[in-house]
Design a protein around this ligand. Structure first.
Ligand code: PNS
Length: 162
């Protein structure tokens, strides 16, 4: 599985999902439900945007989960988590989580180095740029781009300065 917040999915995520889908017969992309954190998009909308972004990959399904990742893996017989690594900055925390998930449930983590063209992408940066009217059309799937533009138009319509 490929787990994440996906708020929203970026071309960096899509790169990792495509490569994970080529390695395994089945791939679940699962959105973490974090009740303490609202996010820009609802979990349902994140899932819709993801479904749209992976529509060309027949072995990929999209789901959501709340709680521990290893509990989801156990419940669905998932043996491997696939994570993208953008740069060394990602490694320390990802390594810690990978070791913990293996200790908790024997679930392995496979790290995929992201393609250099998308190594600088993050959902937070994309949201920040889109909020201030910057062009993110080359950084996210088309459906996400359209929703970000819509969101900015809505905010401007409500009289918000950004
Ligand atoms: O896209 P993100 O925010 O980097 O994804 C992080 C995610 C969802 C993969 C991570 O926060 C996670 O696994 N959360 C579930 C809670 C959990 O299992 N925590 C213990 C990890 S060792």
């Amino acid at each position: 599985m490929c787990p994440g917040s996906f708020d929203p999915v970026t071309n960096g995520h899509v790169d990792v999902i495509n490569r994970a889908a080529a390695l395994y017969d089945e791939l679940v992309v699962a959105v973490l439900v974090n009740p303490g954190k609202a996010g820009l998009f609802s979990v349902d909308e994140r899932m819709d945007l993801l479904r749209d972004a992976v529509a060309d990959l027949p072995n990929v399904t999209v789901d959501s989960f709340e709680g521990l990742l290893v509990d989801y893996c156990r419940a669905h017989d998932i043996p491997v988590i696939v994570k993208g690594l953008r740069a060394v900055g990602d490694f320390e925390y990802e390594l810690q989580m990978a070791q913990m998930n293996r200790e908790l449930a024997g679930v392995e983590t496979l790290f995929v180095p992201t393609a250099p063209q998308v190594g600088h992408l993050s959902s937070s940066l994309v949201k920040q740029i889109a909020t201030f009217g910057g062009d993110v059309s080359r950084l996210v799937p088309k459906g996400v781009y359209d929703r970000l533009v819509q969101e900015r138009t809505r905010r401007l319509g409500q009289g918000e300065s950004t």
